[in-house]
Design a protein around this ligand. Sequence first.
Ligand SMILES: [Fe+2]
Ligand SMILES: [Fe+2]
Length: 200
Amino acid sequence: MGRKVPESDRDYILGLLPAIAKIGDEGIREKVIRTWHRAWKQSNFSRIEDGHQFEPARDYIAYTNVEHTNQVCQACEKMAAISVEILKLRVNMDYLLAGALLHDVDKLVIFDFQTGGFTEIGRKTSHAVAGAALARAEGLPAEVAHMIDTHSTNFSSRPPGSAEALILRQADLLVAHSVYLAHGLEMEKVLNESLTRKTW
Ligand SMILES: [Fe+2]
Ligand SMILES: [Fe+2]
């Protein structure tokens, strides 16, 4: 059965990310916990909640990856309800929540907490691709890995190919852009400036 996640670590992850408890399928729920745990243990972050939504821009915007992930989960739930009601789409809520919960999990391993820059993994593997690999390594369904792989307007190389992936990509963009706008910042500009500011 592989590694066992210590009970205290499970409770810690469940406390940070309440949407995990909404996943109906126990197998998927466990794999989401294990994927967060795997990423955390591979990282040099002592606490998961220390990770920023975009680490190289941490001096510009105090917005954590956990806050962002929880907001994206909530947005996905609302957008799924609209899609089902108005567009009669079929949405698998377990896949949607798992993909939303894990879409930015790789930020723990592609960014270095000490420098705020990229790690060796981050220099070699792009965001989204690295997250999909972590999810696959824990045996999550291909549909969930696909959502993670295609969620990013900046880093994904493929478009979303399912209702769940489409909802996630739009919810992520809406949530991230809204927060940057609320801080009086242009997301693209901050990302580009923070990425060219240093050489790692
Ligand atoms: Fe992302
Ligand atoms: Fe995101």
